[in-house]
Design a protein around this ligand. Structure first.
Ligand SMILES: Cc1ncc(COP(=O)(O)O)c(C=O)c1O
Length: 389
């Protein structure tokens, strides 16, 4: 008789897997749903990257085990990219770690810093993976509210001092999933000062850093002393539309990066070298590849938020990411609104409550679907009669 560990009681099904399951179930019922539930880019990976990967996968040298922390070619390309993009030089030896998707590194980071008695600060609403490692470490989570009136930035002064004193790690993510909010340099200055004073490690998730619609996003490492206390996570999934290739990276404080590598080498053996080299190619050709992806999401964000606004939704156009975070047009739970939209418009969106208590009352629409489907979805949502909910 198999008895699963008590760890399993800590986990709910992963929100986005549940949404995928829901989509499949609806399709099996014969319903042709338009899925706007998950941030999974529809745009194909650039042909040059694909061609490069084909060539690399034919090279038998790449068929052997990779190096867990990432091969030198990619770590050097990452270093070059950050120098060009942010003016910061990370040392390829111990300030860069290649990940099997940034989700992997995010889930493993808590193991290298948290004790049971520690608290990890996690935003609410949040990307759910920030909780994974914390729960497995048996540490505590304190949810830090992100409120619309504060531009979905945390109000650091509102975190009780008792909590601050026990906090060791803080996950944050801008451009933000799910709200689409962006953080500017002034906020990072305040955050860094506060983190240094309270000795709280900053884990900044930059998965959407290249999908910005107004000002170019900045890195906390553009500020002096950030390297004492921070690590940033990057992802090829959205930047280069390579979600299925499973690759990302972490940069920052060498003690943290080295420890993360040490945990990883006891768990995984790195990503296929052909894929690593293809991301090195993408990074070196970033300016040719990324603007059209960014512009596409910008155009979709503008179109879809205007469409929702025109039929009574309260929406702020996002500053970045590939999501629209919209307030339900009538007062009801986000789950009820999401079911109503699915039943009556055939559109599957993510209920805000799935991202945390503060997500209640919101629906997240992902813009990672073809333009024709986005237009059709907007039309169907416009035709909804909310008096029937
Ligand atoms: C905020 C955020 N961080 C990290 C990830 C994980 O990205 P990946 O593991 O594909 O690099 C995602 C994926 O949706 C995300 O939304």
């Amino acid at each position: 008789m198999i008895k699963l560990s008590s760890n399993m009681k800590k986990f709910k099904p992963f929100l986005f897997e549940e949404l995928y399951r829901k989509e499949r179930a609806e399709r099996e019922k014969g319903r042709n749903v338009i899925s706007m539930a998950v941030g999974d880019p529809d745009i194909p990976t650039h042909q040059e990257i694909v061609d490069f990967a084909i060539k690399e996968s034919k090279n038998y040298i790449n068929h052997r085990y990779p190096n867990t922390k990432g091969n030198l070619n990619l770590r050097q390309a990452i270093s070059r990219w950050h120098e060009k993009r942010h003016g910061i030089k990370f040392h390829p030896d111990d300030e860069i770690s290649v990940l099997i998707g940034s989700k992997e590194g995010i889930a493993h980071l808590p193991f290298v810093v948290l004790e049971k008695k520690d608290i990890c600060l996690i935003p609410d609403p949040t990307y759910p993976t920030y909780k994974t490692g914390v729960l497995l470490c048996g540490s505590e989570i304190y949810n830090v509210s992100l409120k619309e009136e504060n531009g979905f930035l945390p109000d650091l002064g509102k975190i009780p001092q008792k909590v601050v004193n026990r906090s060791k790690l803080f996950f944050l993510n801008y451009p933000n999933n799910p709200t689409g909010a962006v953080a500017n340099k002034e906020f990072y200055k305040e955050l860094l000062k506060w983190a240094l004073k309270n000795e709280i490690i900053l884990a900044l998730d930059c998965a959407y850093c290249e999908i910005y619609f107004k000002e170019r996003t900045s890195s906390i490492f553009e500020l002096p002393q950030a390297n004492k206390i921070a690590v940033e996570f990057y992802s090829a999934s959205k930047t280069y539309c390579m979600a299925g290739w499973r690759i990302g990276w972490a940069v920052g404080n060498s003690k943290l990066v080295r420890a993360l590598n040490q945990v990883k080498e006891n768990i995984d053996s790195g990503q296929f070298n052909a894929i690593q080299n293809s991301v090195a190619y993408a990074l070196d050709n970033h300016e040719r590849i990324v603007p059209s992806i960014r512009n596409k999401f910008k155009e979709r964000a503008s179109f879809f938020s205007s469409a929702l606004i025109s039929c009574g939704w309260k929406v702020q156009e996002p500053g970045g990411s590939c999501f629209i975070w919209a307030k339900n047009p009538v007062k009801c739970s986000s789950s009820k609104a999401a079911v109503f939209i699915l039943e009556n418009a055939n559109v599957l969106a993510a209920p805000g409550i799935g991202f945390g208590k503060n997500g209640e009352g919101y629906i997240r629409f992902s813009l990672t679907l073809e333009d024709e489907l986005l237009i059709e979805s907007a039309k169907k949502i416009r035709n909804l009669d909310w008096s029937k909910i």
